[in-house]
Design a protein around this ligand. Sequence first.
Ligand code: URP
Length: 383
Amino acid sequence: MAGELPSVEACLERYIPASDLAEVKRILYGGEARKLNLPDAALSAAQERDFELQGYGFDAAPEQLRRPRIVRVGLVQNKIPLPTDTAVAVQVAALHRRIEEIVEVAAMCGVNIVCFQEAWTMPFAFCTREKLPWTEFAESAEDGPTTKFCQELAKKYNMVVISPILERDEIHGGTLWNVAVVISNSGAVLGKSRKNHIPRVGDFNESTYYMEGNTGHPVFQTQFGTIAVNICYGRHHPLNWLMYSMNGAEIIFNPSATIGTLSESLWPIEARNAAIANHCFTCPINRVGTEYYKNAFTSGDGGKAHHDLGHFYGSSYVAAPDGSRTPGLSRICDGLLVVEMDLNLCRQVSDKWNFKMTGRYEMYAKKLTEAVQPCFTPNIIRE
Ligand SMILES: NC(=O)NCCC(=O)O
């Protein structure tokens, strides 16, 4: 039953004979990712605080003219700690506390860039189609309480913080957006990236709340590397990944909220494929658990009204430009995935496969421009 299997990897470890396991992992994951030696203090803090802690590394070949560019990223997945009908401010405070204790462990593990899940300060309540109290979770991206909280974390731990929240934009009539705020390790707000593609699938009724983002495909130059944020449903759109890559992203984070019955078989493929196609690292993050709502809602499919959206299956992982990937975090527990990567791997794989050179982008730019015109006629050859 959805929600009960702790992780696919644990299942493989348990049932595949040891003699075959390495080969199975090579075929499924592109080889076994190097395990990181994480500090004992971090491992025991994670255990005490009841979250999974895993660490892996991706290496690049030594080069003569460039030094290795090593960065450690931290991916955080978590359940909402309180029921969804708890007072808004109390829920936000509890999530801040939960993240604070996970980020402290990330700092012990030497994480340079940490990213939280989509809309991390709230339940993923858009399924309900009710406005209150959910719109009350929205905050200013520039100086809301969550951004201030993240600025403190960033300064304290010298860490870049990616904070995906529900944004209220007071300058533009109090409009709502699904945004990721990027905070530099200096504590300054570097900028924000709004969700470009809004789902119209299943109970993901997000279009009731906010519009497609208008910030394009910003890439943020940080001390640790050039990063971008492709929020959730954007991962189904190869051109979205491509544009972040065109702007120079070496690591693309994908904070998400998605459920087993809808997308679990797509999850291991899409971000990994994007890493391969764009010669970059991708970091999909999904929340965990099942969130219940007092008022039942329907799915508009003739089925019975229900009180939850489904099981958020976690399984956050990192994919490398060579197509290899880490195991996923648990499907059911909170977790922190620490991944060390040498960013030199991006150009090394690009020089090997040459997708940026062979992509024929000018041909597609021209053809796509034609294809979106109302007078377009598809090029179909018939007998
Ligand atoms: N949060 C969100 O966009 N979810 C849509 C479902 C999916 O993309 O798997």
